[in-house]
Ligand binder design. Structure first.
Ligand code: SAM
Length: 269
């Protein structure tokens, strides 16, 4: 007799849970002797349910991607923080960069995510000390949120560094455009932005089908609309495999396959 397929949880439950999935994958990477980074908080932040989901539903390359992405954006943030001391991490989830990386005493890290995610994280990390000036801001990023960042001392006239890691695919296309517009109003010339995107075909990618809501085949064009010059790389490319992500994707003009893009962008003057 075939087993009934379990119903997928509602997006309101699953999307916040993805923060824990990312932590579970970072915990697994941290256990490796050849790890690409060390996240000593990830195991506690993930919880048992997330480890079970990772074991049962995610592929080896999905895990490799999160390891590569984490390392890639660790380097990006550390490099750009030498030029700008305001870092804004949108949809930070269980990101622990404020705690596990070494920052200048001037660096301010603003993290925004849904209240239930940040409350869980703050409770679990209550005895840990951030290594930067650190601000956790509860916000729904599909609603107006700029004022919340400004109230915490963010200075829109000074250069900033932004990270949108594992976020845009959970927003609709109009919501992505609105978010990029808001960021572009808050980020002065010479600011930097890091993000990842899936292509249109990946909206159907399991186990995220039904939760991914947008994809883009041309990230450079999307970002150019908002004044950013983007460099786009795919996991597996030189500079984005770190010996961990072993699939090399065919050239970008081959459209009928799933892709994810790692993007670093600079705001033009
Ligand atoms: N950036 C983190 C990382 O890479 O580990 C978390 C990524 S997780 C895949 C997606 C995150 O997006 C979740 O923490 C979720 O709460 C957040 N998110 C999705 N939609 C959001 C919204 N409308 N407002 C605020 N956060 C949102």
């Amino acid at each position: 007799m075939t087993q009934p397929v379990p119903a997928k949880p509602d997006p309101d439950k699953f999307v916040p849970f993805t923060a824990r999935l990312m932590a579970a994958m970072r915990a697994k990477e941290t256990e490796r002797t050849d790890r690409l980074f060390n996240d000593p908080f990830a195991h506690c932040l993930a919880g048992k349910e997330a480890f079970t989901f990772v074991e049962q539903q995610l592929k080896e390359q999905d895990r490799a991607y999160i390891a590569v992405r984490t390392h890639f954006f660790d380097d990006f943030l550390l490099t750009q923080s030498e030029k700008a001391n305001q870092i804004v991490i949108l949809a930070s989830g269980m990101d622990t960069r404020a705690y596990r990386l070494t920052w200048s005493s001037e660096t301010k890290i603003y993290e925004l995510d849904q209240p239930q995610v940040l409350e869980t994280k703050t409770a679990i990390l209550q005895n840990a000390r951030p290594k930067s000036q650190h601000y956790a801001i509860s916000a729904d990023l599909t609603q107006p949120w700029s004022h919340l960042l400004l109230e915490q001392g963010y200075q829109p006239t000074l250069p900033s560094v932004w990270l949108l890691e594992g976020l845009l695919m959970y927003l609709t296309e109009p919501q992505v455009h609105q978010l990029l517009q808001t960021i572009s109003q808050l980020a002065t010339a010479d600011s930097y932005l890091g993000l990842d995107l899936v292509n249109i075909r990946s909206i159907e990618y399991e186990p995220y089908k039904g939760y991914f809501r947008s994809g883009f085949d041309e990230p450079e064009e999307l970002l150019a609309e908002y004044g950013w010059k983007a460099e786009v790389i795919q996991p597996g490319d030189e500079g984005a495999h770190f010996g961990r992500y072993t699939d090399k994707l065919p050239p970008r003009d081959v459209l009928d396959l799933e892709r994810v893009f790692l993007v670093k962008a600079h705001k033009k003057a």
